[in-house]
Ligand binder design. Structure first.
Ligand code: IPE
Ligand code: IPE
Ligand code: MG
Length: 255
């Protein structure tokens, strides 16, 4: 048995609190490639392997939902050639990997403004979501052309439409009703937000959903992220005291 497997199994056996919902800002692909004298896109390709390993490891730990930031609403500003490789890669991965996800009982889902993607890609996303819709295992959400500000604005628009159609009144606009129109609202609350690649920022990811998530930053570049690194993050999460505004004493006395 490898060291990694050993560590994971120890964690599984111990009374470790497993985050129900983990989100990851998968950063550092370009730098990973440049460090070994390759083009940035080689890093994106290598990053796909980390995605596969992380999905399998998270499922093994019993994580209920895993949300991965694949392409931000700001990433369109990159050179057209890099954007195009990312789109092709997305399509390729969908074609090749969704069947495997389905076989493993994973429900696949894409969040973000999909209207900017090609019709072919949009169709493929819909088919992948439909294929896995009734699966009861981990929910894997991929954020593509996603922005936290877009998500909140989109939810606000939905509520405004309902007010304008007289389906609800202004008093019905609450945190809960706005939440119900944001992405991932049907999933357990976000417990742990991981960012790889050494930067300490959210980059417009899950702004609303991360309100009380534990934040974990690592210098590891995304293509080097693996089961061992995920296990490390979960171990750190287990050691955090989540107070949600209460005092430490209240939390420890369960009131
Ligand atoms: C993250 O890696 C992947 C995407 C944003 C698509 P980067 O491409 O941002 O890699 P760095 O941060 O430049 O190293
Ligand atoms: C965030 O990474 C987006 C994804 C990982 C998909 P970026 O590399 O785009 O973030 P910034 O530009 O450094 O903030
Ligand atoms: Mg980056």
């Amino acid at each position: 048995m490898s060291t990694t497997e050993n560590q994971t199994n120890q964690l599984l056996a111990a009374e470790v609190k497993i985050p129900q919902h983990i989100a990851i800002i998968m950063d550092g692909n370009g730098r990973w490639a440049q460090l070994i004298g390759k083009k940035r896109v080689a890093g994106h390709k290598a990053g796909v392997e980390s995605v596969k390993t992380t999905v399998a490891s998270a499922a093994k730990h019993g994580v209920k939902a895993l949300t991965l930031f694949a392409f931000s609403s700001e990433n369109w500003q990159r050179p057209a050639s890099e954007v195009s490789v990312l789109m092709d890669l997305f399509m390729f991965v969908l074609t090749r990997e969704v069947k495997r996800l389905h076989k493993n009982g994973i429900r696949f889902n894409v969040i973000g403004d999909l209207s900017k993607f090609s019709n072919k890609l949009q169709k493929m996303i819909k088919q992948s979501e439909a294929l896995t819709a009734n699966n009861t295992g981990m929910v894997l959400s991929v954020a593509a052309n996603y922005g936290g500000r877009w998500d909140i604005t989109h939810a606000a628009k939905k509520l405004a439409e309902q007010v304008s159609n007289q389906e609800i009144s202004i008093d019905d606009i609450t945190e809960a009703s706005l939440n119900s129109h944001t992405s991932l609202s049907e999933l357990p609350a976000l417990d742990l937000l991981i960012r790889t690649g050494g930067d300490y920022r959210i980059s417009n990811f899950l702004l609303w959903q991360a309100a009380y998530a534990e934040l974990y930053f690592t210098d590891v570049l995304w293509p080097d992220f693996n089961e061992e690194e995920l296990t490390k993050a979960i171990t750190v999460f287990d050691q955090r005291e989540r107070r949600f505004g209460k005092t430490g004493e209240q939390v420890n006395n369960n009131n």
